[in-house]
Design a protein around this ligand. Structure first.
Ligand code: NAD
Length: 502
């Protein structure tokens, strides 16, 4: 499928992809695929103003009716799943199957949000005063600012936007400067949904194209009560305090340093599959990628040679080719980070198998790498996320020690244990077990279903989005007490007699 065929199918006007001041390159071969126009900080002001106006209309549309727009959008995504999936592969370099998976995630969250649009339940709370009723009411919040990373160029927006839309909010999206074309494609499809729906105000969803400064202008604006920001911990460390400074709310979804523990009783076939997909899938560029593996000494020699063999036989290449399992890194900088991390690991006593650039002759401007395994010496750990396919391996003998070492890093996103020992599995998911937002048993760290709340602790930012009750972050909680008596009793039994009689 060529870019022109994709754009035609999606209905994205090719002229929006030329003549702009932001060049976009495909990681497949480094070829320029677009030059899109960046917004200025003045444009940001105008778009936020538009978003406030859209919000004022949209919040009055009944929630189940708002869900209808998301239902239509989900249908449009279903019809364009293959082309949007291919565009994801072309622009961010993940393999076509994973591109399709990402669009499926958008479709799934649309379905979830449609159901949710009839379930924005509040509570009825017992009042301490006679003939009083107390209720909790969830109200639309306002324009929601969404900042997203390059590696999930469409799904992360959909997780946020679909929930925000059914909650009665307008949305403004600042996608990664590395993947603006997929964002424009999502917007074009969203506009088609709005055209089929009579109650959508103008500018209900808008895009801001640009770099960090454009993100900052969104982050600093008081008219945007919620910023949902996905990206590196460095980005979250800058964004979190800026939003807090103006008393805004934020959902931070930041870097991970995810680990799998493989216990002696584990089904080694499952552990093997979960580890390989988790560590090399998306070329190691998922926030939930498996970066560390703690293997019990009794099974080390059964698992590690098998992993090394698998790593050396992976089909690496063009992500649009059906047999490819590992596509390219996003760019040269990502490759240099991987090289640095491997050099550092070696200096720390790690033994590296694999790594290094491949296919450089065929793709001089594409950065394809052999995934690497690093066997780390006793007493070491890895505290930083390198966004590349490197799997650090550690031996352990005691499960509590393995859990403690898994937890002894700044990040807290995803974790898992492979075991058939019930006590170990329950310990891992107990209050003294994994300290991550996601703790799986006999499933790898990578990927998650939309039904659960997604996010992590510590430097992963503490945010939760997608399923469960994450929707509450996109609404304003109101407590309302109604007095239907003829007296005015005060709370806590306070008497406040003014002495006045009729
Ligand atoms: P990045 O931090 O470089 O950029 C992410 C986004 O933030 C971009 O849109 C960028 O323009 C914007 N940005 C950067 N600095 C900003 C600032 N000061 N103010 C406002 N906006 C700013 O991340 P990336 O390289 O695109 O993505 C990779 C990172 O994202 C990894 O660390 C990965 O773990 C993380 N990630 C986390 C999740 C999650 O759900 N936890 C999901 C995907 C990616």
């Amino acid at each position: 499928m060529t870019l022109d065929e994709i754009l035609n199918d999606i209905g994205l006007n090719a002229s929006t992809l030329t003549g702009g001041n932001l060049d976009v390159y495909s990681p497949i071969d480094g070829a320029k695929i677009a030059s899109v126009a960046m917004d200025s900080t003045a444009d940001v002001q105008g778009k936020i103003e538009n978003s406030v106006a859209a919000f004022k209309e949209w919040r009055q549309v009944p929630a189940p009716r708002r869900g209808e727009l998301v239902r239509i959008y989900g249908g449009i995504l279903r019809a364009h799943k293959e082309t949007l999936g291919a565009l994801v592969a072309l622009e961010c370099g993940k393999i076509y199957q994973e591109g399709l998976g990402e669009v499926q995630e958008m479709i799934d969250i649309c379905d979830f949000a449609v159901g949710l649009s009839r379930q924005l339940y509040g509570l009825t709370i017992a009042s301490e005063r006679p003939q009083h009723k107390m209720r909790e009411i969830w109200q639309p919040l306002g324009p929601v600012g969404i900042i997203s990373a390059f590696n999930f160029p469409v799904a992360v927006w959909a997780w946020n936007a679909t929930l925000a839309l059914v909650c009665g909010d307008s949305v403004i999206w600042k996608p990664s400067e590395k993947t603006p074309v997929t964002a424009l494609a999502c917007q074009a499809l969203f506009e088609q949904a709005c055209a089929q729906f009579s109650d959508a105000p103008q500018n209900l969803s808008q895009i801001l194209i640009g770099e960090r400064d454009i993100g900052e202008a969104l982050v600093d604006d008081k008219r945007v009560p919620l910023i949902s920001a996905t990206g590196s911990t460095a980005m979250g460390r800058a964004v979190g305090p800026r939003v807090a400074q103006r008393f805004g709310k934020s959902i931070l979804e930041l870097g991970g340093n995810n680990a799998i523990i493989v216990a002696p009783s584990a089904d080694l076939d499952l552990a093997f599959q979960g580890t390989v997909f988790g560590s090399v899938g998306t070329c190691g560029q998922r926030c939930t990628t498996t970066r560390r593996l703690f293997v019990h000494t009794d099974i080390y020699d059964s698992l590690i040679p098998r992993l090394k063999k698998a790593f050396s036989g992976l089909s690496i290449g063009n992500p649009l080719d059906a047999k490819t399992l590992v596509g390219p890194l996003i760019d040269e900088q990502a490759y240099l980070h991987m090289e640095d991390a491997l050099n550092k690991a070696q200096m720390d006593g790690g033994v590296v198998t694999g790594g290094g650039r491949v296919l450089a002759d065929q793709y001089p401007n594409g950065y394809y790498v052999n995934p690497a395994i690093v066997e780390m010496p006793e007493g070491t750990n890895v505290h930083e996320e390198t966004f590349a396919p490197i799997l650090y391996i550690f031996k352990y003998t005691d499960i509590e020690d393995a859990i403690a070492r898994q937890n002894a890093v700044p990040q807290g996103l995803s974790s898992s244990i492979f075991t058939r020992d019930m006590q170990e599995a329950e310990l891992f998911t107990s209050e003294t077990g994994s300290d991550c937002g996601i703790a799986n048993v006999n499933i790898g760290t990578s990927g998650a279903e939309i039904g659960g709340a997604f996010g992590g602790e510590k430097e992963t930012g503490g945010g939760r989005e997608s399923g469960s009750d994450s929707w509450k972050a996109y609404m304003r909680r109101m407590t309302s007490t109604v007095n239907y008596s003829s007296a005015l009793p005060l709370a806590q039994g306070i008497t406040f007699d003014t002495g006045e009689t009729e």
